[in-house]
Design a protein around this ligand. Structure first.
Ligand code: NAD
Length: 479
């Protein structure tokens, strides 16, 4: 059984969790310990005790440890990618890509540890010097979802440690394997005991401790809107810093002048790859009149050729849904769409088994047409391989549909017009805008995040991560 890492010691919790492969539910990935409140409190205490020394560690010490972690992740990408695909269900190439991203993130923030600087500013008063510096926040509680089991933890843990904070990490219950493997790597990378702690457990107990404990200075959360709202309320009520990345209902606009191949490729990728289980997935495809029928016909043809199967089998395009409750949610929304009057033109069938007869949570990607902006399938995040097409009269109406949402994470457009591409980049109400690219799929060295109901607080990733993981000090000296 794999254990929690608390104060440098591998520690057993009161219960255990059996990690199941969604591609073949007979396959047990492993058994993982589950912490209760007591262990969460122990981890907070360990991180709190480690903070004074770690906050004063040298940039070289932080660089060395982060760089070592990044190197090991990259060297073991095939094995870690296999584990990730096995426990989460994304295809092997996607899983290996995610592991590489995690490794690169550790390398990037190793460099940032060396580059952390400040400003020397002339005072408005004679004989006074002013320095502006960044200092670590303290202990950071990190709470992550199941859909990116190694990349999301990496893009929170690496900057937290690079800027001199200590971490208590609570991964999602469904994917302890990747979290434990990352903790194992970090335990050997050169961080002193207590600087990084792993506490696998439920949101309602381990998560709740991180929200409530006064020794946690900041909480970085990625997950659903409903949980995010609870996290924010708890953090704000005690004055803790908080950063939230939540859901999406990302639009992908296809204009009459689009290259059809580019448009269909991007829509297939961002609608259905990773089984549609990406916060940046485009579930609303907004298509102007002149290309609508050709686009839908090409989508249906491409969808018929997608291979649904075991996440780790060669040639699989789309793996299973992560578990039975997510599958039930996807099927419920497919039924809602039909009841609302949308036309299901492809997919939406739960298969039960793959081509080899292995039982798994398989669902053929679903496409709705004849939808309206007010339908629930166009307003609520489904988080599965389900996309809908909205017909728009022209660019202006397409843009209005694109922005008619409570979310604002990513927005895409397929067009060959510089005029519309430029206008869309400026007027799409989203944190990330893609032109002739899928709404999902982002670089690791630049900011990531959204607006409206998708995000709250400072951006993640790239140099912008410093905004959350540090606090600014202004010092005055009389010369
Ligand atoms: P979730 O909100 O159910 O869980 C996220 C994490 O919060 C888990 O670790 C969970 O244990 C924890 N949690 C649950 N209740 C808690 C509580 N009361 N207190 C503290 N922690 C608690 O989300 P999920 O189902 O794991 O992930 C899917 C969601 O994540 C989707 O909505 C998706 O859009 C979102 N997501 C967003 C981004 C982004 O960057 N915007 C990226 C990936 C996923």
């Amino acid at each position: 059984m794999k254990l929690n890492l608390i104060g440098g010691a591998w520690t057993e919790g009161p219960r255990s969790y059996r990690n199941i492969n969604p591609s073949d539910t007979r396959d047990v990935v492993g058994d993982y310990t589950v912490a209760g409140r007591e262990q969460a409190l122990d981890a907070v205490a360990a991180a709190h005790a480690a903070f004074p020394a770690w906050s004063l560690s040298t940039p070289q010490q932080r660089f060395d440890a982060l760089d070592a972690a990044g190197s090991e992740i990259l060297a073991r990408k095939a094995e870690l990618g296999d584990l990730l695909a096995r426990e989460e269900g994304k295809t092997l190439p996607e899983a290996v890509g995610e592991v590489v991203r995690a490794g690169n993130i550790f390398k990037f923030f190793a460099g940032e540890a060396l580059r952390t600087g400040g400003e020397v500013v002339p005072s408005v008063r004679p004989g006074v010097g002013v320095e502006v510096t960044r200092e670590p926040l303290g202990v950071i509680g990190i709470i992550t979802p199941w859909n990116f089991p190694i990349a999301i933890p990496a893009w929170k843990i690496a900057p937290a440690l690079a800027y001199g904070n200590c971490v208590v990490f609570k991964p999602a219950e469904l994917v302890p394997g990747s979290a434990w493997a990352l903790a194992d790597i970090l335990s050997r990378a050169g961080f002193p005991p207590g600087v990084f702690n792993l506490v696998m457990g439920r949101g309602s107990d381990v998560g709740a401790v991180l929200l409530e404990d006064e020794r946690i200075a900041g909480i970085s959360f990625t997950g659903s809107v409903a949980t995010g709202k609870r996290v924010a309320a708890a953090a704000v009520s005690r004055g803790a810093k908080v950063q939230l990345e939540m859901g999406g209902k990302n639009p992908f606009v296809v204009l009459d002048d689009a290259d059809l191949g580019v448009a269909v490729g991007a829509a297939i990728n961002s609608g259905f790859f990773s089984t549609g289980q990406r916060c940046t997935a485009s579930s609303r495809i907004i298509v102007t009149e002149g290309i609508h029928d050709r686009f839908v016909a090409a989508m249906v043809e491409r969808m018929a050729a997608l291979k649904i199967g075991d996440a780790r089998a060669a040639g699989t395009d789309i793996g299973p849904v992560v578990d039975d409750s997510q599958l039930a949610q996807d099927l419920e929304y497919i039924a809602i769409g039909q009841a609302e009057g949308a036309r299901l033109v492809a997919g939406g069938v739960a298969l039960g088994t793959n081509a080899d007869g292995a039982p798994g949570h398989y669902l053929t990607p679903a496409l709705f047409t004849e939808t309206t902006a007010s339908m629930r399938i166009n307003r609520e995040e489904i988080f599965g391989p389900v996309a809908s097409v909205l017909r728009a009269k022209n660019y202006d109406e397409a843009l209005a549909f694109a922005n008619d949402t409570a979310f604002g994470l990513s927005a895409g457009i397929a067009t060959t017009s510089l005029k519309y591409a430029t206008h869309f980049k400026r007027h799409a109400q989203a944190g990330m805008v893609m032109v002739n690219l899928p709404t999902a799929g982002v670089d690791y060295h630049v900011p990531f995040g959204g607006r409206k109901g998708s995000s709250y607080g400072p951006r993640e990733q790239g140099r912008y991560a410093a905004e959350f993981y540090t606090t600014v000090k202004t010092a005055y000296t009389l010369a």
